[in-house]
Design a protein around this ligand. Structure first.
Ligand code: ZN
Length: 145
């Protein structure tokens, strides 16, 4: 897949869905990231991060969205996924903005669809890139296949 600078209408809808999810459930220091994914069959699922007092129990918004998709549809693949961050109340800009997936989420996304597109920041805008471009030398449990 080629890197695309311009987002499609469907990509913008996905960003809007992630933004709506975190705007609805934002809680300072607890829920600050929203995510949305479109499955291969075209269904959209959203998630928000679940922070935890015991930090290692925290779950990213992308994983919550994927879990919701998997419960409803099983392994339907990930066409495109995006995460957005809600600003803290004291931040100058109150815009919800696209953020890159963390390293663990990159592994997760690749594990569930190695052809997934991921919307990532590109300056003040965003672009969609293949997950493989975000994860060189992916971790493997066994020999390469
Ligand atoms: Zn993550």
């Amino acid at each position: 897949m080629k890197r695309t600078a311009k987002l499609s209408k469907a990509d913008k809808e996905l960003i809007a869905a992630a933004t709506a999810a975190i705007k609805e459930r934002y809680r300072y220091d607890w829920q600050e990231v929203g995510a949305a994914l479109r499955t291969r069959s075209g269904n959209i699922f959203t998630g928000i991060n679940l922070d935890a007092y015991l930090g290692r129990m925290a779950v990213c918004a992308e994983a919550v969205a994927l879990g919701r998709a998997f419960v409803d549809l099983g392994d339907d693949g990930i066409d495109t996924i995006v995460a957005v961050r809600h600003p803290d109340p004291d931040e100058k800009s109150q815009d919800v903005a696209v953020v890159s997936p963390c390293g663990a989420c990159r592994e997760l996304i690749f594990d569930y669809d190695r052809k997934a597109r991921v919307i990532v920041p590109n300056g003040k805008s965003a672009e969609a890139v293949p997950i493989a471009d975000l994860l060189p030398n992916k971790y493997r449990r066994g020999p390469e296949r």
